[in-house]
Design a protein around this ligand. Structure first.
Ligand code: UT7
Length: 334
């Protein structure tokens, strides 16, 4: 049996988690009717069987609020006790105000500072890094970290290379001060812009219509060169995992569960091989939710906890990468 290290003393801990996913399920069979694809192609190339999609009239903040309320209940934290609300999202309600402001208002979290972080699929780990840092510095005691995406409204439903991949949802975690050796043992984040053309969405950014005056419908949707991202994805997540472990003073032998960003089952398997981590220790949700960008890790974390997989005292390693590029890793103990 491996002896457990207790490398670092955590400043913050995850005191509660919650999630919200749309009720509407879009299966691979449904997609066969929309674009030239097949359940066989999607399953073997990605591992996705179905995904949840939002309906007209719903907003990203609606799902953040639902997920946050569940997480707050579990943590026994009142909204007025929150010092921060940070949302990782690339699909906010509006260009401004930040989606976090709408969540703050709905929760009546009057004492919180609320803002969004744009870090693509690493968004949740960026929020965890910021939240943990604020608690470590004594600038906050309690806060909410959320990863939330409505990707299907910004998906090109004529592009089979992307429309089969994405899904919608939100996951939340309440952070409070750590009381013992359980908590966030490390957070590691990074970014680099040398390949930003591989994955982007102009949206309402100044690079688009507002600047050029030319209507271009392609600005509204996600553009991705998936196969060029693939290799980077595996390398970035491996590096992030190893860095996060080093910062936590742990090795893979100490890790009970790995929660990778859910972009592609083949990427997840390749990561497992590189980290020498058996698939039984890797949390996989891609078959039911698809790729939810910054929501994928908190959704998987919440599901794994509620299914009783993650037990008290166990170490979890979360790793992500995304367009930009962005990447990150974090080790936490429940
Ligand atoms: O969330 C973070 C960022 N995202 C990622 O990290 C995504 C990483 N990349 C991937 O997951 C994979 O690259 C994809 C799943 C996006 C694509 O898989 P791939 O094995 O890299 O396929 P490909 O793009 O190289 O395309 C292979 C073939 C092409 O046909 P030809 O040119 O060989 O005739 C595509 O047109 O598969 C075709 N194809 C499809 N066929 C059926 C692409 N999409 C589909 C589809 N159904 N949905």
């Amino acid at each position: 049996m491996t002896e457990r290290h207790h490398g670092v003393k955590p400043f913050a801990r995850i005191a509660g988690t919650g999630k919200a996913v749309p009720e509407t399920v879009l299966t691979n069979a449904d997609l066969e009717k929309i674009v030239d694809t097949s359940d066989e192609w999607i399953t073997t190339r990605t591992g996705i069987k179905e995904r949840r999609i939002v309906q007209r009239g719903e907003k990203t903040s609606d799902y953040c609020i639902k997920a946050a309320r569940i997480a707050l209940d579990e943590a026994g934290v009142k909204p007025e006790d929150l010092d921060f609300i940070i949302i990782g999202t690339i699909s906010p309600d509006m260009r401004f105000p930040a989606t976090a402001i709408f969540v703050q208002e709905a929760l009546r979290a009057t004492n919180a500072v609320a803002f969004d972080v744009s870090a693509t699929c690493s968004g949740f780990l960026y929020t965890l890094n910021l939240g943990e840092s604020m608690i470590a510095l004594g600038r906050a005691k309690t806060g909410l970290c959320i990863g939330a995406e409505f990707l299907t409204p910004i998906t090109d439903w004529a592009d089979r290379g992307t429309c089969v991949l994405f899904g919608d949802g939100a996951g939340a975690a309440v952070l409070t001060k750590a009381e013992d050796d359980r908590g966030i043992l490390s957070t590691y984040i990074g970014s680099g812009g040398d390949a930003s053309h591989l994955l982007y969405c102009v949206g309402h950014g100044t690079a688009g219509f507002i600047n050029t005056g030319k209507e271009d419908p392609s600005e509204r949707v996600i553009h991705m060169k998936g196969n060029e991202l693939f290799r980077f994805a595996v390398r970035a997540m491996e590096k992030s995992g190893l860095e996060a472990l080093k910062l936590a003073g742990l090795t893979m032998a100490d890790v009970d569960w790995v929660i990778p960003h859910q972009a592609n089952m083949r990427i997840i398997k390749a990561l497992g091989e590189r980290l020498e981590c058996p698939m039984e220790k890797i949390i996989v949700t891609i078959h039911k939710y698809g790729n939810n960008s910054s929501a994928s890790i908190p959704l998987a974390l919440d599901d794994a906890r509620r299914e009783g997989l993650i037990k008290p005292g166990q170490n979890v390693l979360a790793v992500a990468f995304g367009g930009g590029f962005t990447w990150g890793g974090s080790v936490f103990r429940f």
